[in-house]
Design a protein around this ligand. Structure first.
Ligand code: BGC
Length: 416
């Protein structure tokens, strides 16, 4: 090939990539994994596919929790140009499947016996009308605390196991001159803390009644008012610059010994690992005090969109690569989550990962494994967003707790 033709071809390829056109052996993947730890995990998938000769067109849309990614997706599908695969959470999968724009993965799922290896709690979201439409990549959970071990050692702090112990620890951290709670003031981050605070305040059955069953009595209860009171207490421990801060920058505050703890899902562990930190040596992971025994989970799944005959082969390879047992371990080691298959051993995971896997199994056996409201597994997006609005308005001092409770009941009812 002469130089001119080669340059022309390279130009065409670049043009196609920037216009979002996938060739037959390419996949275009829309996701919100843009932090250091997230990108490192995604790279594992990208490299596996590239080794199989499948090209990867990256479509990152920054924004934890995925709200912005879902907005971009709507534009792409409306424009008749859906990506091959899209990172998605819980009820959103069902909403998109109901629109009839997603692919049918049943043939592949049967070949690879997905029914037998994917936990039922995930299958409820991966299937629509008995049809597999998404490939689950992991299981995360939201009720975690990530703590700077050096600060805990310096102050002689034990891991708190109750709300009162937590408050005492935060007081001690603040008195020593550190920011007690590293937090980013974005609605989904406020809501992530709310998941844990609701369990801690009212117990697992209360969480289920309020956040999954959307029972107006639970939503409007004194217990819910207490949960809001506790949110206000947590608010008093964040620094002045918290507003709008990205979650990974809050994690960095704990990594860099500026802050004592972050309340965040286990994707935070990916940031610690990416910074070369070791669980038990540099940082501690433990359940949000008062939520031991309960797990509020969310699972990332890649929903495959209907891309026509041309793109189907590469799409199938992508779905198969995601469910591959070796990949599930390699990916989740980096991401901070645990595998979405029940038949892979967890012994390659670090201490936090093993703890996470064990607690997930225990919570499931006890009937205390619940979908995370903050991360799309409690209720559909309309309700989730209504909860976000109230939780955030209260966190920022717009409502007192009594008003927040009233607003929550009204907002959840109005969103259904
Ligand atoms: C996703 C995680 C992601 C986190 C922050 C969550 O909703 O499930 O995979 O790391 O958002 O971006």
């Amino acid at each position: 090939m002469n130089k001119q033709i080669r340059a022309l071809l390279a130009g065409t390829t670049m043009l196609m990539a920037s216009a979002g056109w996938a060739t037959a052996e390419d996949v275009e993947v829309l996701h919100w994994w843009t932090s250091g730890g997230e990108a490192a995990a995604l790279n594992v998938l990208k490299e596996n596919l590239e080794a199989e000769g499948i090209g990867w067109q990256d479509m990152p849309v920054a924004g934890g929790g995925g709200e912005q990614a879902m907005t971009v997706l709507r534009a792409r599908v409306t424009g008749g140009n859906p990506p091959t695969a899209v990172q998605m959470l819980g009820f959103d999968i069902q909403d998109w499947a109901a629109l009839g724009v997603v692919a049918d993965l049943n043939e592949l799922a049967a070949e690879e016996s997905w029914d037998a290896v994917v936990p039922a709690a995930l299958q409820d979201f991966s299937k629509f009308d008995g049809k597999w439409v998404a490939a689950p990549v992991n299981v995360h959970s939201t009720n975690w605390v990530w703590a700077n071990k050096a600060i805990f050692d310096e102050l002689g702090l034990a891991q708190p196991t109750s709300w009162d112990e937590l408050v005492a620890a935060l007081d001690a951290i603040e008195a020593a001159g550190y920011t007690a709670v590293a937090h980013g003031g974005q609605a989904w981050q406020d809501a992530t803390i709310f998941d844990a605070v609701v369990v801690s305040t009212g117990g697992p059955e209360f969480y289920k009644a309020a956040m999954i069953d959307l029972d107006p009595e639970a939503l409007g209860s004194d217990t819910m008012k207490e949960a809001f009171d506790r949110m206000a207490v947590i608010r008093s421990y964040v620094d002045d610059n918290f507003s709008g801060r990205d979650w990974n920058l809050a994690t960095a505050m704990v990594i860099n010994k500026e802050a004592g703890v972050q309340f965040m899902g286990d994707w935070a562990k990916g940031e610690f690992l990416n910074a070369g930190k070791v669980p038990g040596e540099d940082f501690l992971c433990f359940r949000f005090p008062g939520t031991q025994g309960t797990v509020t989970f969310n699972a990332d799944q890649f929903v495959m969109f209907e891309v026509g005959e041309e793109g189907r082969d590469a799409q199938k390879k992508l779905a198969s690569a995601i469910l591959d047992p070796g990949f599930q371990i390699a990916f989740n080691k980096v991401k901070g989550s645990v595998p979405a298959r029940t038949d892979v051993a967890g012994d390659e995971l670090d201490a936090c990962g093993q703890q996470g896997m064990m607690e997930l199994a225990e919570a499931a056996a006890a009937g205390h494994l619940y979908g995370s409201m903050a991360h799309g597994h409690g209720a559909p997006a309309a309700v989730k967003n209504a909860v976000y609005d109230v939780v955030t308005a209260h966190f920022n001092g717009e409502y007192d707790s009594a008003t927040a409770v009233e607003e929550l009941v009204a907002a959840v009812e109005g969103a259904q």
